[in-house]
Design a protein around this ligand. Sequence first.
Ligand code: NAD
Ligand code: ZN
Ligand code: ZN
Length: 361
Amino acid sequence: MATKKMHAAVVEQFGKPLVLREWDIPTPGVGQIVVKTEACGVCHTDLHAADGDWPLKPTLPFIPGHEAIGLVAAVGAGVTLVKEGDRVGVPWLYSACGHCEYCLSAWETVCPDAQFGGYTKNGGFAEYILADPDYVAHIPKGLASTEAAPLICAGITTYKGIKQTEAKPGQWIAISGCGGLGHLGIQYAKAMGLLVCAVDIEDSKLALAKELGADLTVNPRHGDPGAAVKKGTDGGAHGVLITAPSLVAFKQGIGMVRRRGTCVLVGLPPGDFPVPLFDVVANCITIRGSFVGTREDMAESLDFAVKGKVKADIELQPLSAINDIFKRLEHGDVPARVVIDYSKTGQSTTRSTPAQELVHA
Ligand code: NAD
Ligand code: ZN
Ligand code: ZN
C-alpha cells in the first residue's frame, strides 16, 4: 500500500526559500504518537534553523516549526500518557533522556541527549508530526490552538527567562526585543508584579509594548539605551532579558543592568559579543543563558494564559505563505507572532490583538 502524503514546508538548502512539497505522513513507532497539526507559530529560531546559523546544524532536508498544536491522531504501542483526540503541543524540547544528572534535577532542557522539534526532529510546518508523548505540552481547555501555539516557545522561554533574572515583584526588568518573545515577556513580567522597561529599535513594537502594560519604553536608535534605562529606573534594571536577535543588543543589555543585577541571554543571533569585564566584575553582575523551559515551566506558563493574564498577539496565515513570513521576520516587519493556521488555505490575514482583553492583576 502506498504511504499517504501530507503538505510540508521543507528546508532543502540552508539560506534558500523553503520548498512546499509532499512528504510521507509519519506512522508512530513504539512509544510514539502522531499529531495532526492545527496551528504552528513561526519563531525567529525557525529562521536561524533554515539559514544554518548555529554551530550544531540540522540534517537536510528537514521540516522546521516548534510551536505546533494539534490533536493526537495515532498512538504507537505502549503509549498510555495520551490518547487519540487529546490536544497537545510539540515544542522545541522534543525529548530528553530522562535519567542524566540534568533530567534527574528537572533541568531536562540541558540534557546532552535532548532532541529539538523542527531542528533535530521534523516539526510543525507540516500537516502531521511525530512526537514523544513524554514531552508534549498538554493544552488546557479554553485556549484556542492558534492562541496556544506561541506560548509553547515564545511564552515559556520568556516566562523562564524572567524567573532566571531573579527580579522580585516591584523591581524593574528591562526586556530587549519586543517581537514574538518580548511581547509575551512583557505580559508575564507584569503578571509577576514587575515594573517593565521595553526596549526595541522599532517604535511600532514599543507602542504595542505600552498597550501591553510596559511602564517605560526605550528605543536604542534615539540614544544610548543603557543610559536611558539607568535614568528611567533610577540606577538600572534588576533583571534584563535580551530576546533581540542582534549582537549589538547584547552589549547594550549589559549596560542596562543595576549593580548586583542579572542579565539573562535568550536571543540567539550567530556570533559572539564583547563583555565589558571591568563593569561586570566591579558591579557584581550576573550574566546567565536561558534555554526554553522545562515541562513544569510549560504547565505554569500556559496557566497564565488560561487565567487571562497573558494573550499572544497573533496574525494567522496559511502554510503557503511561509517564505513571505520569513522575509518579514528577518526585516522586523511582523507585529508580534505569525501563526500558521491549518484550517486556512487562501492568502487572507487575520490579526487578533490582546491589549484590551488582558486581566491585570
Ligand atoms: P522576532 O523577530 O519576533 O523579534 C525580535 C525583536 O527584536 C523585534 O521586535 C526587533 O525589532 C527587535 N530587535 C532587533 N534588533 C534589536 C536591537 N538591537 N535592540 C532591541 N531590539 C531589537 O524574534 P523572536 O521570535 O522573538 O526570537 C528572538 C530571538 O530569540 C531569536 O534569536 C530566537 O532564535 C531566540 N529564541 C531563543 C530561545 C531560547 O530558548 N533561548 C527560544 C526562542 C527564541
Ligand atoms: Zn522558538
Ligand atoms: Zn537527560
